[in-house]
Design a protein around this ligand. Structure first.
Ligand SMILES: Cc1cc2nc3c(=O)[nH]c(=O)nc-3n(C[C@H](O)[C@H](O)[C@H](O)COP(=O)(O)OP(=O)(O)OC[C@H]3O[C@@H](n4cnc5c(N)ncnc54)[C@H](O)[C@@H]3O)c2cc1C
Length: 405
């Protein structure tokens, strides 16, 4: 196969797939190149992670025509309890106080990926899968690409190349765009538990000395666990048998939901903050985890990627009647300028949370306790914070970042 495309998206995961769907019907010839077949993707343990979707992301999924079906597989988050284990600070965010149906929704990543892949199958987007980008040659009006598909090579040309191929992006490497990285030396352990007491839509974020523990409500009264530990501690915890693992988890979370029963195997994810040094190159743009991989502490990685995708699709569609060049400099520069602030704010916030809440220095413990209490008592502060977490605007407290190039 060979061909001329207007837009080629490398990576058909959550960001790349959503972008392609947002551009369907635009009249552009679009291809999505994905390294894994559907069958391979479904068997990846990473699909077990639960995603907390903000209301903003849900709105975008609605506009892509995906939400009606996804909602049946999602649990609404009605309350979020945030506490600092062993210390006095805590606060609670509530959908009722905000006058909304839900603060967000929890869904298994695999279900969302499947829904996106099956919507692509019946769209006007070409899906080249399984295939990988192997070489790249930029010219003035297009980029020439070679893909490896099973045992043969395919040559394509495109006017816009989108890198949505994740943190180890080949597109980013071909563009010679470097990364800034902060290794947290932490690992997230992900599993499912069933508590004796129905969480009834409550999500819990407990900050502990070794890292945050999140319990997200899932369908059928279950909870999805994202338990962050130092990498050394995570190694030991992963080596425990199920009974000892559960005892350790129960001791860390407490008995707020009664006794916990383990419902699935454990999967681990090493955690790093990674940010690409640029978002665009000649006739190319990076979106989602290719630009920013965040710590899952605030459950915002894909929500941020979805905002990239929504804005890029909007810019490309707005430009349809003008230059009709999706890879034009004007469009790409305007896109990058409009995304920088959101990226910086969220990166600073999540990174700051990890550093502040993983620190047992006494004055800092006091300050974060006061911070949580302050948030709890200040209606407007809490309202703005909740709206931001829901992906509906609002403001975040200013805290610093510590990336290394
Ligand atoms: C434990 C954990 C919990 C999380 N919880 C949340 C949460 O609650 N809420 C939230 O919003 N986010 C959460 N996230 C973050 C979220 O999972 C990511 O932000 C999201 O998966 C990024 O999607 P992406 O499509 O940008 O990148 P990826 O998921 O990395 O997808 C990249 C795609 O590109 C393909 N690919 C790679 N290389 C190539 C190549 N050379 N050629 C072709 N294809 C290629 C891959 O197969 C894949 O399909 C969590 C992450 C973790 C680890």
């Amino acid at each position: 196969m060979s061909g001329d495309y207007d837009i080629v998206i490398i990576g058909g995961g959550l960001s790349g797939g959503s972008l392609a769907l947002a551009l369907q019907g635009s009249g552009y010839r679009i291809a999505v190149v994905e390294a894994f077949s559907d069958e391979q993707r479904r068997s990846l343990p990473a699909g077990d992670r639960a995603l907390a979707l903000s209301c903003g992301t849900v709105c975008h999924l609605k506009s892509l025509g995906l939400w009606d079906e996804l909602q049946q597989h999602s649990a609404a988050i009605l309350d979020i309890h945030i506490s600092d284990r062993g210390h006095f600070g805590k606060t609670r965010l509530s959908a009722r106080t905000e006058g909304v149906e839900a603060l967000g929704y929890v869904i298994a990543a695999r279900i969302l990926e499947d829904r996106i892949a099956s919507a692509l199958e019946i769209s006007d987007i070409e899906r080249i899968c399984p295939a990988r980008l192997t070489s790249f040659k930029p010219a003035r009006d297009s980029i020439s690409l070679t893909l490896r598909k099973e045992t043969s090579d395919l040559t394509l040309s495109t006017r816009l190349l989108v890198g949505a191929d994740g943190v180890n992006s080949s597109v980013r490497c071909f563009l010679n765009i470097g990364q800034e990285t902060r290794d947290y030396h932490q690992t997230a352990i992900v599993t499912q538990v069933r508590p004796d007491i129905d969480p009834a839509g409550a999500a819990f974020e407990r900050f502990t000395a070794t890292g945050p523990l999140a319990m997200l409500p899932t369908l059928d009264r279950g909870c999805s666990v994202v338990w962050t530990q130092t990498s050394a501690a995570a190694e030991q915890i992963m080596a425990l048998d199920d009974k000892d693992f559960l005892t350790r988890l129960q001791n860390t979370f407490g008995f707020r939901l009664g006794r916990l029963t383990l419902e699935s195997k454990r999967v681990q994810f090493p955690l790093k903050l990674v940010r690409a040094k640029a978002m665009i190159g000649p006739r190319s743009v990076l979106v989602g985890n290719t630009v920013h991989q965040l710590h899952p502490v605030a459950g915002q990685g894909f929500n941020l990627g979805m905002r990239d995708v929504a804005l890029l699709a909007e810019r490309i569609r707005d430009d349809l009647g003008k230059d009709r060049d999706p890879g034009g400099n004007r469009l790409l520069n305007a896109y990058a300028a409009s995304r920088t602030k959101d990226h910086e704010t969220l990166i600073r916030f999540t990174d700051g949370l990890v550093r502040i809440f993983s620190n047992e220095w006494l004055p800092l413990i006091g300050a974060r306790g006061l911070g949580l209490l302050g948030l709890d008592r200040c209606y407007w502060g809490k309202h703005l914070f909740t709206r931001y977490a829901m992906g509906l605007g609002g403001r975040l407290p200013r805290i610093g970042t510590g990336l290394t190039g």
